[in-house]
Write a protein that binds this ligand. Structure first.
Ligand SMILES: [Zn+2]
Length: 322
């Protein structure tokens, strides 16, 4: 047999072997149940459950305006990340004992952010709740990876919930005039309108105006910048504090060490960077718990200051043992 022919045969045999091994591995993995996508902890007397919606592919090298390509590359490499990285999407349930409150809802059936999202409903049930038990839903902002889980096929997925968001957020995303003025974001506007529609129609959408106590122990705090009415929620119980950040930041590996780093989809970048720096500062000073929409699941932890304007993430498992 000529050498070239022998080499070709060998190559085919190796390829076949690799395919068979991959198939065997896929079959074994498919037979196992999926990793649980919920995590539970206590904040004072309140029970907090993180719900995993899945991941989206974030082209980090394309979405940041700062801190420049070389620094960005170094920050990513330091965190073992590649320029396109999987970004977790997390929603949360805060159970006060008298009210069950959900903060954001994931992307639902929308495919605007890829096909690896939409697991919140299944994970909510796996965590022991039914959608009917959710009394209130607090929305950080109306991008689809946060409101997409509210509604499917025009039907409210949380039939007993009242939905709340800042009046500025509602005024922006639910306005046909604003949509006409921002043709590039038409899909986002239409999605927000469709997701809120059944709640608006049934009188179960109640906007609030800036900083407000929504129920005892949970306050809305303005963090306008990422969107016109972006809000973080502060939960307090028995001396413990949890701040639900929404999209105050997107990529921990970049925006914790460099709070000024701003993503291209921040509507008001200067404001967004200023409020981010302020809220980081407070969180490090107070040692408050944080629940972030896009930090690796469960997205719960604390931040530590490096004393030079930068911060690092301390995941909940390192503080509480699990
Ligand atoms: Zn988001």
């Amino acid at each position: 047999m000529p050498t070239t022919l022998l080499r070709a045969c060998l190559q085919r045999f190796i390829v076949l072997l690799l395919v068979l091994t991959a198939a065997a591995r896929a079959t074994a993995a498919d037979a196992l149940p999926e990793t649980p996508g919920w995590y539970r902890t206590q904040i004072g007397r309140f029970t907090v459950t993180a719900l995993w919606d899945g991941t989206l592919e974030m082209p980090v090298d394309k979405v940041f305006k700062q801190p420049g390509p070389a620094r960005l590359k170094a920050l990513l490499a330091r965190a073992y990340l590649t320029p396109t990285m999987p970004l977790s999407v997390n929603a949360f349930v805060v159970d006060t004992g008298t009210r069950v409150v959900m903060i954001d809802t994931g992307a639902g059936t929308s495919r605007m952010f890829g096909d690896k999202l939409g697991k919140v409903q299944a994970n909510l049930r796996a965590a022991g709740y039914t959608p009917e038990q959710i009394d209130e839903i607090y929305i950080t902002h109306m991008h689809t990876d946060h409101v997409g889980g509210l509604t499917a096929d025009g039907r409210a997925l949380f039939p007993n919930a009242t939905v709340r968001a800042d009046v500025r957020e509602a005024g922006y995303w639910l306005s046909r005039e604003t949509m006409a003025a921002h043709p590039d974001d038409k899909e986002d506007f239409e999605s927000a309108m469709a997701m809120l529609a059944p709640y608006v129609k049934s009188g179960r959408f109640r906007p609030f105006d800036g900083g407000s106590e929504l129920i005892p122990g949970i306050r809305a705090r303005p963090a306008w910048g990422h969107t016109p009415g972006h809000t973080v929620y502060e939960v307090q119980s028995d001396g413990e504090k949890l701040v639900l950040w929404g999209d105050l930041m997107h990529v921990a590996a970049v925006q914790l060490p460099v709070p000024a780093a701003t993503v291209m989809f921040d509507a008001m970048p200067v404001q967004s960077a200023a409020i981010r720096a302020q809220i980081y500062r407070e969180a490090a000073r107070d040692g408050a718990w944080i629940a972030a929409a896009h930090i690796g699941f469960p997205g719960i932890g604390k931040v530590r200051s490096d004393g030079k304007g930068g911060y690092s993430w301390v995941p909940v498992s390192l503080v509480r043992g699990r």
